[in-house]
Design a protein around this ligand. Structure first.
Ligand code: ZN
Ligand code: ZN
Length: 322
């Protein structure tokens, strides 16, 4: 099969990659579309030390098992199912886990992938495939609502106007937060403003130490420092940014202001699917461009372009490719 594989140094388009083995309890999935995420770009910089087929945001058709023939999306963490963490119901933190396209498991930038049946969720017919690709990052945004008990009426600053910042802002607004998004790109901020979300250029505002909740979606090491200038004493900073490099931020302000630092990663799929099915979150305006897998290397370059939104890969060849 065709696949985009990172060997630790270079990303290559393979044309004869073996399809992933489908072990017992797993389901083979024929990938329809996949989204390129900041994490994929970070992996190319050395994040997680991953080698293999990239990609973890996808929609596909299940080819085996009880869901055969159904359009599905998939949770990316695969716990061992036997350890204390898994038995406690937290497979996303299983110390033996594999993660689709990120840790020990080939990912979605390929014609086929394999995931445990329990990771897969049916996509309602009303949700187009282009939207379904957003379920995984949207679930990550929904995770904040699970973690922070007080979102309604909270004053919230989202740092970063990129793909994840946009989704986090929409979800937090949906849950009654008073959201301000600070970013660096007029066009991206304008997209959010059209959805009725307050926005401004980060450089136009002076941090005031008054936000109840600050969400760092900057994708940059400087995000934490900025977040600590916006959050009020005893407020909460949610870190969504995973970066390959080190942080140089002093943590003294965290102690002095008794700030809660909350790491936040993968989230629940069902609320995310529901938000899309109910058209309560807009992802259409986040779509950037769609590329055939055969042009995957160019697609990755497009995703790296400053100002790029969600770049998609389409796995089935167009008639013109054949
Ligand atoms: Zn992602
Ligand atoms: Zn486990």
């Amino acid at each position: 099969m065709r696949a985009l594989r990172f060997d630790g140094a270079f990303l290559r388009l393979m044309t004869d990659h073996a399809a992933p083995p489908v072990t017992s309890g797993e389901t083979a999935v024929r990938v329809l579309m996949a989204g390129i995420c900041e994490t994929d770009l970070q992996i190319l910089q050395g994040y997680m030390g991953f080698q293999g087929i990239l990609g973890h945001e996808f929609v596909g058709i299940a080819e085996s098992g009880p869901l055969a023939g159904e359009r599905v999306v998939g949770e990316i963490n695969c716990g061992c199912g036997r350890c204390a963490t898994c038995l406690a119901g937290v497979p996303t933190h299983c110390p033996h886990r594999t993660v689709l396209g990120i840790l020990g498991r080939d990912g979605a930038f390929a014609e086929r992938l394999s995931l445990p049946l329990g990771n897969l969720h049916r996509v309602p017919e009303s949700v187009p495939s282009e939207w379904a690709v957003f379920v995984e990052p949207l679930a990550a945004a929904c995770r904040i609502v699970e973690q922070c008990t007080r979102v309604r009426d909270a004053s919230i600053v989202v740092l970063g106007d990129g793909r994840l910042g946009n989704l986090c802002a929409q979800v937090l607004k949906r849950h009654g937060g008073e959201v301000l998004v600070l970013g660096r790109h007029e066009a991206k901020l304008a997209r959010l403003a059209r959805l009725g979300i307050e926005t401004d250029l980060a450089t136009a505002r002076t941090p005031d130490h008054r936000a109840d909740l600050v969400v760092d979606c900057t994708g940059s090491a400087s995000g934490l420092a900025a977040a600590l200038q916006w959050v009020r004493p005893r407020g909460c900073v949610v870190l969504k940014t995973t970066i390959a490099g080190p942080h140089a931020q002093s943590l003294a302000p965290v102690v002095i202001d008794e700030v809660t630092l909350l790491g936040s990663r993968c989230g629940p799929f069902l609320p995310a699917i529901q938000l899309l099915a109910n058209r309560e979150v807009d992802v259409e305006s986040l779509l950037d461009s769609t590329w055939p897998l055969a042009e995957g290397l160019a697609a990755m370059e497009a995703a790296k372009t400053p100002g790029a939104m969600k770049v998609l890969l389409r796995m089935e060849p167009r008639p013109a490719d054949e």
